[in-house]
Design a binder for this molecule. Structure first.
Ligand code: 6PG
Length: 243
């Protein structure tokens, strides 16, 4: 489902409401809410909004468990770190207990080890058997100007991963190795919300939503929840080329 908003403030009001509704339903049904946060800058607004008096008392945060859908291979204090963004804008202001936060352990030696470690952390949390994928209650995603989501970039190896929960992913054009959920993990989620804003996304969004299916070129097209809900929350700038 695609919802178009006049601006990012209105978009994030609805995103925050959805976050709380999905979260309270998960807590009601199984006593906890497992959510994977998006990186980048767009979600910052949502995180800050959740810490305001309008939302912060609407859910029992001790029952909310936070993961990150992807991460840069940097220390948790680094400006580039998605954990850091969430920590500064959400975890610290809400005083989320450390045991409710599961970040990629980027202090480990190499990217493969970090990804294996994170996959094992997720397996333990969800009590998974060997070939099972986690079922997050909610995964938040952004979309890059090039159509990437999480750290699943066009024409990169991780796009075709079908066995692992989380992997390292070499991104030549950024000359870096990223850390990311795989599509089987993302598509096993009960709810997925894309948060997309700005004119720079318009051309790619039109291709992703209305163009031909080319998921290698536009990885966001491969986000298709197996049996969950998919919401595209988009501002008018980013939606301006949609028919
Ligand atoms: C990351 C993000 C990435 C992000 C998109 C969009 O680690 O960079 O997870 O997938 O969501 O690049 O970023 P913006 O929302 O900042 O445009």
């Amino acid at each position: 489902m695609i919802k178009i908003f006049p601006d990012l403030n209105k978009l994030n009001q609805i995103a925050a409401e959805k976050f709380i509704t999905i979260g309270n339903r998960a807590i009601e049904q199984n006593g906890r809410f497992a959510v994977a946060l998006a990186g980048g800058s767009t979600p910052k607004l949502l995180y800050r909004l959740l810490t305001t008096t309008q939302f912060k008392n609407k859910i029992d945060w001790t029952k909310v468990f936070f993961f990150l859908g992807d991460e840069r291979n940097v220390s948790p204090e680094n400006q580039e770190s998605n954990f850091r963004t969430a920590n500064e804008n959400l975890f610290k202001p809400l005083q989320i207990p450390a045991e409710n936060i599961f970040r990629w352990q980027t202090e480990l030696t190499n990217a493969e080890k970090i990804a294996e470690n994170y996959a094992q952390t997720i397996k333990n949390f969800f009590d998974l058997t060997e070939n099972e994928f986690p079922r997050f209650d909610l995964i938040l995603l952004g979309m890059g100007d090039d159509g990437h989501t999480a750290s699943l970039f066009p024409f990169t190896t991780a796009l075709s991963e079908t066995e692992k929960i989380a992997v390292s992913n070499r991104v030549e054009k950024l000359d870096t190795t990223r850390l990311t959920f795989t599509f089987p993990t993302i598509n096993n989620s009960l709810n997925i919300i894309f948060l997309i804003g700005g004119a720079s996304k318009a051309e790619t969004l039109q291709q992703v939503l209305e163009g031909e299916f080319q998921p290698e070129k536009f990885p966001s097209q491969a986000v298709k929840p197996r049996s969950g809900n998919l919401f595209w929350l988009v501002d008018e700038q980013a939606a301006q080329l949609l028919k």
